[in-house]
Design a protein around this ligand. Structure first.
Ligand code: 16G
Length: 239
């Protein structure tokens, strides 16, 4: 149960205190990812606060990317993807594990000539064509990332038939090893539109080249991930 005791001596305004208490409750799993949070009206009534205070607190958490507003159905905890950097997984696996429904909104599924960097990463002959997948990745209704995957035609002969998970479609041909680079960029107009973030927002730009056990490169994927939803975690040891 969510409980909140305002501190009358605190320097910060009431709505800030409430926002902080809600943020801690979300972190501690007081609310369920797939259930609506108490509405602003209910919060205000339960805590005997004004609706303005409740609304400002929620507004703040929406701005911080902790809460999302779904039109008509209320406020929900935003999906957070704490993704391990030491295990090779797929978007669909990671989201399923956290109780979200992963999906893809397709922008492109077809064949194109390989660009020079694609030819290099996938060790293709010059002039070879590649299967190209461009899509938005969603957790429930929320856009988490924009991804462009390129695969040799010999690995993916039927891009049109990839439904939601590339790795599920690939089956035995899904990579078992990958090399990943994580960089940062600021959203240009196209990215801002696709990811539904403000122009210039920080975006994690991730490049993955995936390999089969034989060493064959099967996937070059550029992922543009919303930095408010993604958190990459690696445990390190000094040996
Ligand atoms: C992840 C990978 C991406 C891979 C995809 C497959 C990152 C940053 N990117 O999004 O490289 O192609 O999973 O997911 O982790 P799928 O099987 O659900 O299509």
């Amino acid at each position: 149960v969510f409980d909140f005791k305002p501190d009358p001596n605190a320097a910060s305004p009431l709505y800030m205190q409430l926002a902080q208490a809600l943020a801690l409750a979300i972190r501690d799993g007081v609310f369920h990812a797939d259930e609506a949070l108490p509405s602003e009206r209910v919060l205000a009534e339960q805590l005997e606060l004004s609706r303005v205070t409740a609304r400002k607190a929620i507004d703040r958490l929406v701005e911080q990317g902790l809460i999302i507003r779904k039109r008509g159905s209320g406020n929900y905890i935003a999906p957070k993807l704490e993704q391990p950097l030491t295990r090779l997984t797929s978007f669909s696996e990671e989201l399923h594990q956290r109780g979200f429904v992963p999906s893809s909104r397709w922008l492109l599924r077809g064949f194109t000539p390989a660009a020079p960097d694609e030819q290099l990463s996938l060790e293709l002959k010059s002039g070879e064509r590649v299967a190209r997948l461009e899509r938005l990745r969603l957790a429930d209704q929320v856009v988490m990332a924009y991804e462009v995957s390129v695969l040799p035609q010999s690995v993916l002969a039927d891009p049109q038939r990839v439904e939601s998970s590339l790795y599920t479609h690939l089956g035995e041909r899904a990579p078992v090893r990958a090399l990943q680079h994580i960089r940062a960029l600021n959203a240009d107009a196209k990215l801002a539109g696709l990811l539904e973030v403000p122009l210039g927002a920080a975006v994690l730009f991730i490049t993955r080249v995936g390999y089969l056990a034989s060493g064959q490169a099967v996937e070059l994927t550029h992922s543009y991930c919303r930095s408010d939803y993604y958190d990459f975690v690696a445990e390190m040891r000094r040996d």
